[in-house]
Design a protein around this ligand. Structure first.
Ligand SMILES: Cc1cc2nc3c(=O)[nH]c(=O)nc-3n(C[C@H](O)[C@H](O)[C@H](O)COP(=O)(O)OP(=O)(O)OC[C@H]3O[C@@H](n4cnc5c(N)ncnc54)[C@H](O)[C@@H]3O)c2cc1C
Length: 373
C-alpha cells in the first residue's frame, strides 16, 4: 500500500527547524517557506535586510515540495492565448522572464534540475489544431520550439524546458538563506498578520513589512483576497521503476490537465484529472480522493501502458486567480501578497515573490510593469 499522502520527492526527513518563540524584530517577515517565500527571503538578504521566515508546516510542505516537478517557460495559459489576451510584446516579455528564471534555478541547484526539454502533446484532433496555433505563436515570437511527432504522440517540443526535484530545491534554498543568517521557523503558522507584526502560537515578530508567499489557501491567510483567489486540490501518483515504458521528456497532455515524467531510475510521476473530480476539487483539503486517483491510475495503465506498482499517492493545494494572472499586491497596509499561480508556480512563483519584495520597497520590476501590479 502506498504511504498516505507522501510525495515521491520526500525522503521522510525535514530540516527540523524550531518554532518561533518569544518576541523578536526583523526588517521583514516572510510568511510561507515554499520556493516563492524562500526566493523572497534570499532576495531580501541580498538587499541586506534582516529577515524572519515562518512556515506553518515544514519547508516545502505545500505545493512547492509536492508538485509535478515541471519547469516550463511561460504562464499558466499557452503562449498563443497569452498573446491574444495581453498582446505579443507583454506575452513575449513574461515568457522570457520565466526562461531566465529557469536558468537561475538550474544554475543555483544543478543537482536538482534536468534540462530535458518538454512535450505538449495533443489528446485529440481538436487539441492538435490548438497545438499548431500554440506552435505558430512561439514561432512568430522567435521562442524555442520544434514540431514533434514521435512515439508519445504529436505536438510541440520546447527544447529549453526542464524537470526538477522540487523539495530538494526548497531545502537548498532554506539552507542557503540560513547560511546568510535568515531566521527560519517551521511549525509556526501566522495567526495574525499586520504590516508591523506577525503573531504565531508561541511568538511574535515586529517588523517594517510582511511578504505573504502562499499559493494554495492564500485567501484563507488574507481573506480580503477571497474574491480574486480560489483554492483547488491537485492530485498525483507515482510508481516503482517502469522499464516497460520510456518517456525521456516530461509530457503535458489534454491542455495540461494531465502531466507526467519518468525519473532517471524509471519511476513515473503522473498527475491530473482535476476536472473529473468536479466541484469537490475546489477545496482547501489536500488529501487524495478515490475518484480522482482512479482516473489517474486508469490513465497510467491504459494510456501510458505502465504495469509497475503504484507506490505514492498525494495531493496539494494551489491557488487559481480569477483573471489568470498571479496576485502580487499590497493586500493590507505593509502586507504584500504573492500567490495564485493557477497551477504553474514553479517559475512564476519566485518571480512574483521577488516582485512583491521590490514593490514593498517602493521599486518596480519588469513583471510588475507587465502585470500592472
Ligand atoms: C500536484 C501539483 C502539481 C503541480 N505541478 C506543477 C508543475 O509541474 N509546474 C509548475 O510550475 N507548477 C506546478 N504546480 C504548482 C506549483 O507547485 C505551485 O504553484 C508552487 O509550488 C507554489 O509555491 P509557493 O512557494 O508559491 O507556495 P506554497 O507551496 O503554497 O508554499 C506556501 C507555504 O506557506 C505555508 N503557509 C500557509 N499558510 C501559512 C500561515 N498562515 N503561516 C505560515 N505559513 C503558512 C504552507 O504550509 C506552504 O508551505 C503543481 C502543484 C501541484 C499541487
Amino acid at each position: 500500500m502506498p504511504a498516505p499522502n507522501i510525495p515521491i520527492w520526500s525522503d521522510g526527513n525535514s530540516l527540523g527547524l524550531p518554532p518561533l518563540r518569544g518576541e523578536i524584530w526583523a526588517d521583514t517577515v516572510v510568511v510561507g517557506l515554499g520556493a516563492s517565500g524562500l526566493a523572497a527571503v534570499l532576495d531580501l538578504l541580498a538587499r541586506k535586510k534582516t529577515v524572519v521566515g515562518i512556515e506553518a508546516g515544514s519547508v516545502g510542505s505545500g505545493a512547492a515540495g509536492r508538485n509535478g516537478g515541471f519547469l516550463l517557460a511561460g504562464m499558466h495559459a499557452f503562449h498563443h492565448q497569452v498573446v491574444k489576451a495581453h498582446g505579443r510584446a507583454a506575452a513575449d516579455e513574461v515568457y522570457k522572464l520565466t526562461m531566465a528564471e529557469l536558468d537561475r534555478v538550474a544554475t543555483e541547484t544543478p543537482e536538482a534540475v534536468r534540462r530535458t526539454g518538454s512535450l505538449r502533446l495533443a489528446s485529440d484532433a481538436e487539441e492538435l489544431e490548438d497545438c499548431k496555433a500554440h506552435f505558430d505563436a512561439l514561432r512568430q515570437s522567435g521562442l524555442p520550439r520544434e514540431w514533434y511527432e514521435g512515439p508519445e504522440g504529436k505536438g510541440i517540443l520546447v527544447p529549453g524546458d526542464a524537470v526538477f526535484q522540487p523539495l530538494t530545491r526548497c531545502r537548498q534554498m532554506a539552507r542557503r538563506a540560513m547560511a546568510l543568517e535568515a531566521r527560519l521557523h517551521e511549525s509556526s503558522p501566522a495567526l495574525e498578520i499586520d504590516g508591523n507584526f506577525v503573531r504565531t502560537r508561541e511568538g511574535m515578530v515586529r517588523c517594517e513589512r510582511v511578504i505573504v508567499a502562499v499559493d494554495g489557501g492564500l485567501e484563507r491567510v488574507l481573506p480580503e483576497l477571497t474574491r480574486r483567489v480560489r483554492t483547488a486540490r491537485l492530485q498525483m501518483l507515482a510508481t516503482a521503476p517502469a522499464p516497460e515504458v520510456k518517456y525521456p521528456r516530461p509530457v503535458y497532455w489534454r491542455y495540461g490537465y494531465e502531466y507526467w515524467q519518468q525519473l532517471p531510475d524509471g519511476r513515473i510521476a503522473l498527475g491530473g484529472f482535476r476536472d473529473k473530480g468536479g466541484d469537490a476539487e475546489w477545496t482547501i483539503d489536500a488529501t487524495p480522493t478515490d475518484e480522482v486517483q482512479e482516473h489517474i491510475e486508469r490513465f497510467l495503465r491504459e494510456q501510458l501502458h505502465v504495469n509497475a506498482a503504484v507506490t505514492h499517492r498525494w495531493a496539494a493545494s494551489v491557488g487559481y486567480a480569477q483573471d489568470g494572472l498571479p496576485v502580487i499586491e499590497e493586500a493590507r497596509p505593509g502586507v504584500w501578497a504573492a500567490g495564485a499561480y493557477s497551477g504553474t508556480g514553479n517559475l512564476l512563483g519566485p518571480l512574483s515573490a521577488r516582485t512583491a519584495v521590490a514593490l514593498s520597497l517602493g521599486e518596480r520590476t519588469p513583471l510588475a510593469d507587465l502585470l500592472g501590479a
